[in-house]
Design a protein around this ligand. Structure first.
Ligand SMILES: [Mn+2]
Length: 427
């Protein structure tokens, strides 16, 4: 199904007056603070968040899964669902595919379907963390790090195949996350595992087209619980340095030990020009994969503060990084959850744009600790929702995406079309 701009405009109509009043009040405040609302809107509109093809169905835990109905049954329907999100928020203009869950059999058809909905293909993701039914060798004891060169060969070839699919779709980025590791002390040599992984990645790197980048994602534990080969940002950074300029670190917000200072990691990676992209989600305890900004919105803002600072100091635009949601939806409608996640990201970005950086630098220089906090929290506590709504409105989207989604009964229609028992492929 598709949403027409007439349908969205009709839902905007009753909200318009109140929105205009709120936006006028906010604009007056921002101008007094020295910011041009239209310039902020232009930057907000540049930020497009990729939706991963696996996030469109209900996820689950190892205890159970509770499908919501009307889930996309194939790649075409997944693209349609991202199109629905993008029609509402005008900020989800990219899709990230997972191979082999979503193999584009007819790349030209898939590409034109996406283009018709205003979508691009962001990073393509390889999968060597589970065995496929027709796969000759198992990844039970690792993939790129495996002790057996034949298993490594199979995993390398898979990654190269993913690059080829990505090329056919117009993607420019390969994302590699490995489950490789060990469950028990002594099970594996740390050094051998690292060196095998490095040499496997070097073979994949050699196959990257010139204008591609490789994102190396780290994770401290799970599914292996004693050691992970790429356990932290330092290891991912080391690998990317050894691989070459096209390799960069991918930061997944859920892939840290509790209370890690992620914003500091971001600042260091930006400083060294090795940050490649993000997987957004939120968590309270571990890799909880909850809605972005639902638990720690201040942390999200602090991360964006470092990102904006890093981008501005290098004179780079936001689209030079890969922005993606990587979450799982167990108790919400996945599309509603994704609308909330994208809005949370936009808000944190906008808040970071209105930090008075000149005043902050001065306060830092003077060691005026209280004023530093005042400036940061002043930006964070400014309600910028009308600014984000205005950015959507100007782009033809909904003033209130979630409300519009419900009013237009999108889920009910998807269930009617695809069935109550339709379950997303891949999960
Ligand atoms: Mn991730």
């Amino acid at each position: 199904m598709r949403l027409s701009s007439d349908q969205i405009q009709a839902c905007n109509e009753p909200l318009l007056h109140r929105h205009q009043q709120a936006f006028a009040r906010l604009s007056e405040y921002l101008e007094a603070e020295g910011f041009q609302p239209e310039a902020l809107i232009a930057q907000i509109r540049q930020l497009q968040i990729a939706i991963p093809s696996w996030a469109l169905g209900t996820g689950g835990t190892r205890f159970g899964r509770f499908p919501i109905g009307g889930e996309p049954r194939n790649l075409e329907e997944k693209i349609e669902d991202v199109g629905l999100l993008h029609a509402l928020n005008r900020a989800s203009g990219a899709i990230s595919l997972h191979i082999p869950w979503d193999i584009p059999r007819d790349a030209a058809h898939i590409r034109s379907l996406a283009a018709g909905l205003g979508l691009k293909f962001d990073a393509v993701n390889s999968n060597t963390f589970q065995d496929q039914p027709d796969q000759p060798l198992s990844y039970k004891f690792g993939s790129l790090c495996h002790t057996d060169p034949a298993v490594r060969r199979q995993a390398i070839d898979h990654n190269i195949e993913v690059i080829r699919y990505g090329e056919a779709l117009g993607s420019h980025c390969l994302s590699v996350w490995l489950a490789d590791g060990s469950n028990f002390p002594g099970q594996r040599s740390f050094v051998q595992a690292f060196q095998n992984t490095l040499s496997s990645l070097q073979e994949i790197y050699a196959e990257l087209p010139d204008d591609w980048i490789m994102l190396v994602e780290y994770k401290p534990y799970e599914p292996n619980f004693y050691s992970t080969v790429i356990q932290d940002w330092g290891t991912a950074f080391l690998l990317s340095q050894k691989l070459g300029p096209k390799a960069r670190v991918l930061v997944d917000l859920g892939h840290h030990l509790p209370n890690t200072n992620i914003e500091q990691i971001v600042a260091t990676l930006m400083m060294e020009d090795r940050l490649g992209g993000f997987h957004f989600n939120d968590s309270k305890y571990g890799d909880d994969d909850l809605t972005v900004g639902s638990i720690r919105p201040y942390q999200l803002f602090l991360i964006f503060h470092e990102l904006v600072q890093g981008l501005q100091s290098r004179n780079r635009s936001v689209d030079t990084l890969a922005w993606m949601i990587d979450a799982s939806h167990n108790t919400k409608d996945p599309l509603e959850d994704l609308l909330q996640s994208v809005e949370a990201i936009q808000l944190a970005f906008a808040q970071a744009l209105i930090v008075n950086r000149k005043a902050l630098r001065e306060a830092q220089q003077q060691n005026d600790v209280a004023w530093c906090q005042e400036l940061m929290q002043g930006a964070f506590r400014t309600d910028l929702r009308p600014l984000i709504a205005e950015a959507r409105l100007q782009a033809g989207g909904a003033i209130s995406p979630l409300q519009t989604y419900r009013q237009l009964q999108v889920r009910q229609q998807l269930i009617a079309q695809r069935g109550k028992k339709a379950v997303a492929t891949g999960l």
